[in-house]
Write a protein that binds this ligand. Structure first.
Ligand SMILES: Cc1ncc(COP(=O)(O)O)c(C=O)c1O
Length: 398
C-alpha cells in the first residue's frame, strides 16, 4: 500500500534514536552515562502528585473543556501576567498535552503553504519538521559562540527576511546551546517582528529553568501581545515531562483556532492532571526550587569537568539544563571528523551518550566548529563525575 506523499516532509526528533542506541548498548551489559535526552530523573513534587491523585479519586476522569479546565486557564493567565507584564485572561490560554503540540498547531493556525518561517538552528528539531510538513519553507538563523554566551546577529536575521516571511520562532532560553538573549537582543527581535509584521512563536520551555538573573519575555516589548504565541510547558519547571501538559498562550483569535485543533486532535488534555497543574502554579513552590538546586549542582560539576577535558570548552549558561561544548579540538585529538563516528566511538569506549549538533536541525553550509549537547537533567552528580572522568581519560590517552 502506498504511503501519503506529504510524509516525506515530516522530520523527527533524532535524540530518541540516540536513546534507543544507548539502551541497546546498556542491554549488552555496558554502563551508560545518559547525557543525551532532555528528560529528567527527578520525580514531580509531592503536592502536585497528591492534588492529581485527589482529582482522580474525586472523579475528574471524564472529558473536560477542549481548551482546559477554567481554574487552570485562569491560574496560568495570572502566573504569566505576573512575569510577562501581559494582560491575559483564561480566553488567551489553550491547554495542550505538552509544550510540543503548540509548535504544529500554531503553524497550522497561522502559516499558509509557501510561507517562509525563520527558526533557530541549531534548535529544537520539531520546528524544521513541522514547518516543512505543513508546506512552509524553513529558513534557519544561527548563533555565534562568544566568551560567555551564544549570540544572535540581528542584521543577518533581518537579511533573511523576504516578502514571503511571515513567522519567526524565537526560543529564549535556548535548547541546545543554553543561549540567553540579552534584553537588547530580545528587543531587536521584537522590533524586527513589528517592522516586518511577523507572527512570533516564543518557545519559553526553559523560562523558569534559570539559575542566575531573571528571565525576560519577548512579550514584555511593545507590539508583541497581538502577534505572539507562547509555548508554555509544565514539563521542565515542575519535572513533569511524562505527564504531557503544556499550553498555547496568545491572542484570542489564534487560541480559538488552536482550541478547534484540540477538538479535532485529542478532544481535551488529560482531565485530572490539570488539577495537579493548578496546584503546581498556586501551591507550595518548594518543589520547583529544589529542582533548580539539584540542577545547578549538576551544571557546576558538568562545566568544571568539561572545561578540564583536552580540546573541549564551554561557558557557564545561566539557564536551561544543557551545555553545548565546542569539541572541535577534541575530535581532532582522537582523529575523527564525523559526528556519528565520534558519538559512536565515545559511547563504545566510555559509555558517555550525548547528542551532537546534527540532532538540532540541518547543518548550515560547511560548519567548521563542532559541538555536542550534554543534558544534565537525567543524570546524578556521581554519574556525571564518573562518566565525564572516563571521557577525559579517553581523550587524554590519545
Ligand atoms: C525548546 C523546547 N521546546 C519545546 C519542548 C517540548 O516540551 P514538552 O512537549 O515536553 O512540554 C522542548 C522539550 O525538550 C524543548 O526543548
Amino acid at each position: 500500500m502506498k504511503i501519503a506523499g506529504r510524509i516525506k516532509n515530516l522530520g523527527t526528533e533524532t535524540a530518541f534514536a540516540v536513546s534507543a542506541e544507548a539502551a541497546n548498548f546498556a542491554a549488552g551489559g555496558n554502563k551508560v552515562y545518559p547525557f543525551h535526552l532532555g528528560d529528567m530523573n527527578i520525580i514531580t513534587p509531592e503536592n502536585i502528585r497528591e492534588a492529581t491523585q485527589k482529582a482522580m479519586t474525586d472523579g475528574k476522569t471524564g472529558y473536560c473543556p477542549a481548551p482546559g479546565i477554567p481554574q487552570l486557564r485562569e491560574a496560568l493567565a495570572n502566573n504569566i501576567n505576573a512575569t510577562h507584564q501581559t494582560n491575559y485572561a483564561a480566553e488567551n490560554i489553550a491547554i495542550q498535552p505538552g509544550g510540543k503540540p503548540v509548535i504544529g498547531k500554531f503553524i497550522l493556525a497561522v502559516m499558509e503553504p509557501g510561507t517562509e518561517v525563520l527558526y533557530p538552528n541549531p534548535g529544537y528539531p520539531i520546528y524544521e519538521s513541522q514547518i516543512e510538513f505543513h508546506g512552509g519553507k524553513a529558513v534557519p538563523y544561527n548563533f555565534s559562540e562568544g566568551d560567555s554566551n551564544f549570540t544572535l546577529d540581528i542584521d543577518s536575521i533581518e537579511g533573511l527576511i523576504t516578502p514571503k516571511t511571515k513567522i519567526i520562532i524565537f526560543n529564549n532560553l535556548q535548547n541546545p546551546t543554553g543561549a540567553e538573549s540579552s534584553d537588547d537582543e530580545i528587543k531587536k527581535i521584537a522590533e524586527l517582528a513589528v517592522k516586518h509584521d511577523l507572527y512570533v512563536l516564543a518557545d519559553e520551555a526553559y523560562f523558569d529553568i534559570r539559575y542566575e538573573g531573571k528571565s525576560r519575555s519577548i512579550l514584555s516589548f511593545p507590539g508583541m501581545e497581538e502577534r505572539t504565541v507562547i509555548l508554555y510547558t509544565f514539563s521542565k519547571k515542575f519535572a513533569m515531562t511524562g505527564w504531557r501538559l503544556g499550553a498555547a498562550i496568545g491572542p484570542k483569535n489564534v487560541i480559538d483556532i488552536i482550541t478547534k485543533l484540540n477538538v479535532n486532535d485529542e478532544s481535551c488534555s488529560n482531565h485530572f492532571i490539570q488539577y495537579g497543574a493548578v496546584e503546581a502554579l498556586t501551591g507550595d513552590q518548594s518543589g520547583p526550587q529544589n529542582i533548580l538546586k539539584t540542577l545547578i549542582e549538576r551544571r557546576d560539576h558538568t562545566i568544571k569537568i568539561v572545561n578540564s577535558i583536552p580540546g573541549m570548552r564551554c561557558f557557564n549558561p545561566h539557564a536551561t539544563f544543557y551545555l553545548y561544548p565546542n569539541v572541535t579540538e577534541a575530535m581532532n585529538i582522537i582523529g575523527i571528523n564525523d559526528y556519528h563516528e565520534f558519538r559512536k566511538q565515545v559511547l563504545e569506549n566510555t559509555g558517555v551518550s550525548f547528542c551532537t549538533r546534527l540532532h538540532f536541525g540541518r547543518e548550515i553550509g560547511e560548519e567548521k566548529e563542532k559541538y555536542i549537547r550534554l543534558a544534565y537533567s537525567g543524570i546524578n552528580v556521581d554519574q556525571i563525575e564518573e562518566g565525564l572522568g572516563r571521557l577525559k581519560s579517553y581523550i587524554e590517552n590519545h
